[in-house]
Each structure stands twice: as C-alpha cells, then as structure tokens.
Ligand binder design. Structure first.
Ligand SMILES: Nc1ncnc2c1ncn2[C@@H]1O[C@H](COP(=O)(O)OP(=O)(O)O)[C@@H](O)[C@H]1O
Ligand SMILES: [Mg+2]
Length: 302
C-alpha cells in the first residue's frame, strides 16, 4: 500500500503542478528540472542532481520535502564518511555505564549482552533514521555524494536497491515507508555507472537570464526592479569571463542582498568594486573581472 507521502507524490497531476508548487515555495524550476522532479515523484526512483556549486541542488530536496509535507533527513557526505556516521553507532559510554550498574544483579552474560545491544543504546544516524520512519516516507537527501569515497558509494547502492539495513545485533530493518531519495554531486569525481543507473539524472545548468531574474525576485521580494535587472545582467556577463570559479545563484543572491543592505537601488562602479568579494572568491578572478572593465559591463547591462 502506498504510504501518505508516496500517495501524495503519485497524485501530483502533471509537470505544471510541480512548477507551481515549487514556485509557491520560492523555488524556480525550468522545464527539464520540473520534468525530472515529476518523474521522480511518479516512479519513486532516486534523483541524482549534478552541477556546479550554488545552483540550487540541495534546495531541491528541501523544497521537495516541504512540497510533500514530509520530513527531510539529510546526510552530508565528506571524505572519510563511514558507515558509523551514516547509519548507526552504539553508544559505548551508555553501554559501559549499564554494565557497571548491572554488575551485581546476578544477570547472566547473555542477558546483559542482549540488554546493552538493545535499541535504547543505538544511536541512529541519517540512513537508519530514513528506513525507520514510522509514519510517512521522508525525503532523504544524500548531499555531495562525490565527496564520500567509492566504498561508501557501493554501500549506498545496496541501500538504494532494497531500503533495508542490517544491524548484526538486531537483525535486518526494512523500511516500512521507503524514502524518496535525492542525491547531489558537485562532480569533484565521476560517480559509478552502477549508482547512476539506479537514479533519474539531471545536470543543473547555470540559469538563463530570465530564470535567474525570477529567482532573485522570488528570494528577495523587497529588491528594487532596476537593481534586480542589473545585478542579474552583470552576473551573467561575469559568467562569460571564463573565471576559475564562476559565480552561482548563491553568489548572485548574496551580492544582491549586500547591495540592498548598502541601500543601493542601482549599480555604480564604486560599489561593484567594493563588493566584488561576493562574486569572486579569488584574487585571479577579481583581477579578471576588473580587467574586463566594470564600468563597461555596467553600461552594457543598461
Ligand atoms: N531555482 C532556484 N530557485 C530559488 N532559489 C534558488 C534556485 N537555485 C538556487 N537557489 C538558491 O541559491 C542558494 C544555493 O542553493 P543550494 O541548493 O545550496 O546550491 P547547491 O546545493 O547546488 O550548491 C540557496 O539559497 C537557494 O535557495
Ligand atoms: Mg549543496
């Protein structure tokens, strides 16, 4: 039987319903992203989002959970992430304390062992939480999976195929309500074909001018029209400069917010120069933007 979240997911009628629902939550989609989200909901397959940093990958999972009215469980991946941090750990201190307390109770070793390897001593990490959810399917975000190593990716693969986890002392726990899974990757390394094969895939591009203007307007409703138009136009031309790290949407929003905080309603070359740190995170990139001519770029934006 479909669980409430999945039932709701499957009840989403069409792609425009995704576009509207996400927009109401402040997230602007484009046709290809809306399509892949719609298919994720219909098919219940994991969704793998790849793309440069700051383009709205993580946010898709957050908005998806809000859209479905369910809990978001997040596993942030990093180098050296192991099963202990991702799935479960025994609470050794609590176990030791229990052993001490029970020292003279006359319990047999087997009884004691059974007790200290019980649920109350288990610390659930995100993946175990995701398969243990008792009420409704959560959204499980496996964020920046490219940062974890290949062994962890292989482990994940197993979880994604049958949504069950084995804790040797407790047995196998199978998800009553399988989570909807969103994986993100900044592509610092190529993910395995096996993982990609299990997922629906979408590469998030830098937004078009039109999409980015909608994003800024949705995220910063108080922004002056002219500033919004100029900021987005300027960032779009900066992206054409072949920088080491092109600014993402996150940088556009940071910069617009900084300019608003400074009381600006339009760009001028002095303020652009003073706030370039919002767009460029390296001296080389800053130099490249300056060399392109800030004055000229503002003039081109109009
Ligand atoms: N399409 C979008 N609509 C609304 N906000 C967006 C969109 N894309 C990015 N953002 C905003 O940009 C910022 C960075 O997004 P995030 O999901 O953290 O990026 P990523 O995970 O790709 O690095 C967030 O504040 C997010 O809300
Ligand atoms: Mg992210």
């Amino acid at each position: 039987m479909a669980t409430p979240t999945l039932a709701k997911a499957r009840a989403v009628q069409d792609i425009p319903a995704v576009v509207r629902g996400f927009e109401q939550l402040g997230y602007i989609t484009d046709p290809s992203l809306a399509t892949v989200v719609f298919l994720t909901l219909k098919l219940g397959k994991p969704l793998l989002l790849e793309g440069h940093a700051g383009l709205g990958k993580t946010e898709v999972a957050k908005v998806l959970a809000a859209f479905l009215g369910t809990r978001l469980i997040r596993l942030q991946c990093y180098e050296g992430l192991d099963v202990n941090s991702a799935v479960y750990e025994w609470n050794y201190q609590k176990q030791l304390l229990a052993i001490k307390i029970e020292e003279n109770t006359g319990q047999s070793i087997i009884e004691k062992e059974k007790h200290i390897f019980g649920r109350e001593f288990l610390m659930e990490r995100p993946l175990l939480q995701a398969v243990q959810e008792v009420e409704i399917s959560p959204v499980l975000l496996v964020d920046e999976v490219d940062r974890a190593d290949e062994a962890f990716e292989a482990f994940l693969l197993e979880l994604l195929s049958d949504f069950q986890i084995t804790v040797p002392e407790l047995g196998t726990i199978k998800a009553k309500h399988p989570p909807l899974v969103v994986l993100t990757s900044n592509r610092s390394r190529e993910l395995s074909d096996a993982l990609k094969r299990r997922c629906l895939y979408h590469w998030i591009e830098y937004p078009t001018l039109e999409k980015e203007r909608k994003i800024v307007a949705a995220r910063l409703p108080g922004i002056a029209d002219e500033l919004e138009r100029q900021v987005v136009g300027f960032v779009q031309s900066v992206r054409g400069l072949n920088l080491i790290k092109s600014p993402g949407v996150a940088e556009t929003l940071d910069w617009a917010q900084a300019l608003m905080a400074l009381g600006k309603t339009r760009l001028d070359s002095a303020v652009v120069e003073e706030t370039l740190g919002c767009l460029s995170k390296s001296m080389d990139d800053t130099a490249r933007i300056k060399a392109a001519g800030i004055e000229k770029m503002i003039a081109e934006v109009g």
